[in-house]
Design a protein around this ligand. Structure first.
Ligand code: ARG
Length: 549
């Protein structure tokens, strides 16, 4: 709604198509227009400009006052009318300018590697991607969520070599993923060139379709998927496609063909490469033994996605450490003449006690364990705070899982995040439980009251705290637009924290349930709108809301 009014104003000022309508830095107005540049451009004295613009805006029903001050024209909304409009829109779940543009966006997220356990590291891609999925969808995009499973590559050569050397079938069947992971760690501890060579041969055998090796790989994949699906169920995350790297095995020849036809390839020391200049090292397309690589599969995937979904843009939610890979991917596809809109939605590491985790050294924290612990801690907190709550386990699950998700999404994704369970489960501070608790607090006031829709005391919105809540509510849709501009769910997270904090401030300053019917009803309408937006915002982040906790 806020944004709508801003656009409305811009529309009225169309003839100054360069004009800026911004949120004021100095005044207590709602919007401000800097007039210096207009005056300069139009060659009219600033006072005249101010008069002219005022005359274009002053009869707008939602504007109550226009005031020229130190180079700016300050715009004051009609608080009563504006508030009424905002609240009634939220009631009808019309949050503002959610334009349904029908564009297609492919989001590649989660994409764990099979035969390894799902680590806290993969959590980031999963929750950032899942949240972007929901926000894009909300804004009218057609979204395709793709789990580009890491189910192909030399690591399977290594794993199979390790299994052949040190493994036992009995152990494998007992606990496949942990066991494979420990074999993988052992392989790397050996640091043996001969083993590496053997691993390359074994991967080649896999690519050539060797039956025994293939059967092992299939078993690894099946077991891994079982574990991944458990995680996705806990996190309530879904995908439209699980085509992993192996899916592209028969689609890479085409890529190589196009690259060769366009004369982009070279043979370098027996390997097929594409030279990229631009400070980027060459992209290695095929090794000298004919084995294909990660980027070759990604190129095949990119073309497949374009031909299948006709995307307008494609996002890769993958850690900072793969920056070079995605720069190369983009560059190669540009050289091929596609000019796709590709964004590497990169993110930082998860640190535990300030230290990085790595699969190879076996220092992996399993997400499953972490979430179980978060849920246990939540259960402990509920048992202390609200021992009579029905279905404590269910509530603890919602609080624990959401706390882990919010801990990730509240930070600018590019930064490293710290992982501290105690902190993320606190009911105060910048946490998931804080948001949930604010919503629950509202519910506890609403549940025994009936709202009478027409009964409003509009003069209440002259109060700064009432109005501050309204303004925040009116900025919800605009906040979502900003999320996708930066592909940054943290923008929504911070907005929700701000909304919750403002609500709690309001709650501290005003009694909600009062004698006066009109005032009470206005309060109820306002806080209900806050709950609607809080809950919808949490849903877009992948969190759950509760009625009680
Ligand atoms: N499997 C990779 C990893 O865990 C991530 C894949 C990301 N997606 C892609 N299309 N390359 O590092």
């Amino acid at each position: 709604m806020f944004q709508q009014l801003r656009l409305d104003i811009l529309k009225r000022l169309e003839k100054y198509d360069y004009i800026i309508v911004e949120e004021p830095k100095r005044a207590d107005s709602d919007l401000a227009i800097p007039l210096f540049n207009v005056s300069k451009k139009e060659q009219i004295p600033i006072n005249e400009v101010s008069k002219e613009i005022t005359s274009l805006l002053e009869d707008h029903p939602l504007i109550s006052k226009l005031e020229f001050d130190r180079g700016f024209l300050n715009i004051y909304f009609n608080r009563e009318l504006f508030s009424k409009e905002v609240l009634s829109n939220i009631k009808d779940e019309k949050y503002g300018t959610l334009n349904s543009n029908g564009k297609v966006v492919c989001i590649d997220y989660s994409s764990p590697n099979i035969a390894k356990s799902f680590s806290v590291g993969h959590l980031r891609s999963t929750v950032i991607g899942a949240s972007l999925y929901k926000v894009y969808e909300k804004l009218g995009y057609k979204v395709i969520g793709i789990n580009h499973l890491g189910d192909w590559g030399t690591q399977f050569g290594k794993m199979i070599v390790a299994y052949d050397l040190w493994g036992s079938e009995e152990e494998l069947k007992k606990n496949p993923i942990d066991y494979l992971q420990s074999l993988y760690v052992k392989f790397h501890e050996e640091e043996n060139e001969l083993l590496e060579e053997k691993a390359r041969e074994t991967f080649k055998a896999l690519e050539d379709g060797d039956k025994r090796v293939l059967a092992l790989w299939e078993y690894f994949k099946e077991e891994s998927l079982k574990e991944f699906m458990k995680m996705y169920e806990i996190l309530n995350v879904k995908f439209d496609s699980y085509h992993g790297e192996a899916f592209y095995n028969d689609k890479m020849a085409d890529v190589v063909k196009i690259l060769t036809e366009k004369e982009l390839t070279e043979i370098d020391d027996g390997a097929l490469i594409v030279r990229l200049n631009d400070d980027l090292p060459p992209a290695l397309i095929k090794r000298s033994d004919g084995a294909t690589l990660y980027i070759t599969r990604d190129l095949a995937a990119l073309l497949y996605r374009y031909n299948t979904y006709h995307f307008d843009k494609v996002l890769y939610v993958v850690g900072n450490e793969q920056k070079l890979h995605f720069n190369q991917l983009k560059k190669v596809s540009d050289l091929m003449g596609y000019n796709f809109d590709i964004t590497h939605v990169n993110f930082g590491l998860v640190l535990i006690d300030g230290k990085k985790m790595s699969t190879r050294e076996g220092k992996v924290v399993k997400l499953y364990d972490v979430i179980s612990e978060a849920v246990n801690l939540a259960l402990k907190a509920i048992t202390e705070k609200n021992p009579n709550l029905k279905d404590k386990e269910e509530a603890a699950r919602k609080i624990g899982v959401s706390a882990v998700i919010f801990n990730d999404l509240k930070n600018d994704r590019k930064l490293d995040i710290d992982f501290n369970l105690e902190e993320m489960l606190s009911f105060e501070g910048l946490t998931g439980p804080y948001l949930q608790y604010s919503s629950v607090r509202i519910y506890s006031m609403l549940k025994d009251e009936t709202i009478k829709e027409g009964l409003v005391d509009p003069t209440l919105f002259k109060d700064d705290l009432y109005y501050k809540l309204v303004i925040l509510l009116s900025q919800f849709s605009n906040t979502l637009e900003r999320v996708i501009l930066e592909n940054g769910p943290h923008i929504l997270s911070r907005y929700l924290l701000n909304l919750a904090a403002t609500f709690n401030q309001f709650y501290g300053a005003h009694k909600v349930i009062v004698e006066d019917e009109k005032v009470k009803n206005t309060n109820l309408i306002l806080i209900k709108a806050v709950r609607v937006v809080l809950n919808e915002g949490m849903r877009l982040l992948g969190m759950a809301h509760l009625d009680e906790m």
